[in-house]
Design a binder for this molecule. Structure first.
Ligand code: PBG
Length: 332
């Protein structure tokens, strides 16, 4: 059959708007900006410590002096905030080191606020890095005691804020912790400090490299009794609603890539500041594929972060924060 050489009689040709970088730039619907990025950092004790996490190339356990250097460099790249996790020297059944005013996180907060007062310092509030059993709360046998653990978490949050943290981010997924943290902070005169709650945090295989970085793998069992079932989205909306009612200022969905629909639902149904955590396993997958030469890492990174933004995230917590901020700057 002969092919008609004349052009098709098309009214709409979407390709017209893809012809040049300038046109594509003008009609681009989603823009990433460095202002929305948060870099997670792992603080350990000592001085001059910079230990790379084997499953997370480019991510290190850092002592306080090194944290200040890393945060300064991140700020210079254009990253406005960091999220701190602590590696205590000692662990016990109750995770009491988590609220030690001289602990790694509290010390890092003080150093960062002194050296880099404009840097937004967010702290992760959980017990799993501090308990000898690696669970996120206090135990009775193999059961996590919810309300007793919430008291302990509120103490931890208060110790971070007393050290100068700008925002606390409870990641434990126990019930009622946002409300109790809000109450304790308010009573102590910290009514102006915001809470970013890990509101819809799923029980995910993608946290595995983080547990190497933070030495927080549970000694037995798993986190299914408090973290969410990956199959659920309506439940995520209920979790977000509860956290907002308890006083959360920012809600987070975690992980990100496998929960883009959850991010979109949360943003569209509540319209509140929404964060997404591009977690350790998501980062490690991209790193591993890139190291094998199977993907173009800078492109895969930007495509991933753009997708998280497109889904509705206002804030993206990512180990790629510095690389992404630098890429965004050089693209200008
Ligand atoms: C709990 C916490 C975890 C992460 C952030 N906060 C681990 C967990 O729930 O087991 C995971 C972050 C990541 O994978 O990058 N303190």
């Amino acid at each position: 059959m002969a092919v008609n050489p004349r052009s098709l009689d098309l009214v709409h040709r979407p390709r017209r708007l893809r012809r040049s970088a300038a046109i594509r730039g003008m009609v681009r619907e989603t823009r990433l900006s460095a202002e929305m990025l948060v870099l997670p950092l792992f603080v350990c004790s000592g001085e001059g410590q910079r230990r790379e996490v084997s499953s997370m190339p480019g991510v290190h356990q850092l002592s306080v002096d090194e944290i200040v250097k890393e945060a300064r460099a991140a700020k210079e790249d254009g990253v406005p905030g960091v999220l701190l996790f602590g590696l205590p020297d000692q662990k016990d059944e109750r995770g009491d080191a988590a609220w030690d005013p001289e602990g790694p996180v509290q010390s890092a907060v003080r150093a960062l606020k002194k050296e880099l007062p404009d840097l937004l310092v967010i702290t992760d509030v959980c017990l799993c890095e501090y308990t000898s059993h690696g669970h996120c709360g206090l135990l009775a046998g193999e059961e996590i005691l919810n309300d007793e653990s919430v008291e302990q978490l509120a103490r931890v949050a208060l110790s971070h804020v007393a050290a100068g943290a700008d925002i606390v981010a409870p990641s434990d997924m126990l019930d009622g912790r946002v409300g109790r943290i809000r109450e304790v902070l308010d009573q102590a005169g910290f009514a102006s400090i915001a809470i970013m709650s890990y509101a819809a945090k799923y029980c995910s295989a993608f946290y595995a490299p983080f547990r190497d970085a933070a030495d927080s793998a549970p000694a037995f069992g798993d986190r299914r009794s408090h973290q969410m079932d990956p199959a659920n989205v309506e439940e995520a909306l209920r979790e977000v609603e509860l956290d907002l009612a308890e006083g959360a200022d920012i809600v987070m969905v975690k992980p990100a890539m496998t929960y883009l629909d959850v991010i979109a639902r949360v943003k569209s149904e509540f319209g509140v500041p929404t964060a997404a955590y591009h977690v350790s396993g998501e980062y490690a997958m991209l790193k591993a594929a890139a190291r094998n030469g199977w993907i173009d890492e800078p492109r895969a990174m930007m495509e991933t972060l753009t997708a998280i933004r497109r889904a509705g995230a206002d804030i993206i917590v990512t180990y790629y924060a510095r690389d992404a901020a630098r890429t965004l700057r050089s693209a200008r």
